[in-house]
Design a protein around this ligand. Structure first.
Ligand SMILES: [Fe+2]
Ligand SMILES: [Fe+2]
Length: 132
């Protein structure tokens, strides 16, 4: 997955965080492609999960602080996504699934979808509050 300007949400710090997320997904992709061991892939998954949680929280805090009226729906999407990634994560560790392209595609798709649709919507709102 590559970063494209079309993914920009118009808020500098969130663009920076999204770039970092894209990078972590890329690391995961590479790890799978290079058939790295469970330990290495697990470490990348750890980072991805941690960074995703941190990023979601950062967005949610600003939505609350600035009174964004689509906060509830946005947070629900975050919660669903976190749950799904956690599920992959525990299935992966318990050996029930092998991380392959289908799972990667899922992660990439939701990330792109969420940034390009749901996150993008808050851009003009935050901008109007002076957050650029
Ligand atoms: Fe985001
Ligand atoms: Fe978001």
């Amino acid at each position: 997955m590559e970063w494209k300007d079309s993914l920009s949400v118009g808020v500098i710090k969130f663009d920076a965080q999204h770039k970092q997320l894209v990078k972590l997904v890329d690391d995961l992709h590479r790890g799978i492609r290079e058939e790295k061991g469970k330990y290495d892939i697990g470490a990348i998954l750890d980072k991805l999960l941690e960074y995703t949680s941190k990023h979601f929280l950062a967005e949610e805090m600003d939505m609350i602080a600035y009174g964004y009226d689509e906060y509830e729906e946005h947070k629900k999407e975050h919660d669903d996504l976190k749950l799904q990634v956690k599920e992959f994560y525990s299935n992966y560790y318990s050996g029930d699934i092998v991380l392959k392209d289908d799972i990667m595609n899922f992660v990439v798709e939701w990330l792109k979808e969420h940034i390009a649709k749901t996150d993008k919507k808050y851009g003009p709102f935050f901008n109007s509050k002076g957050l650029k």
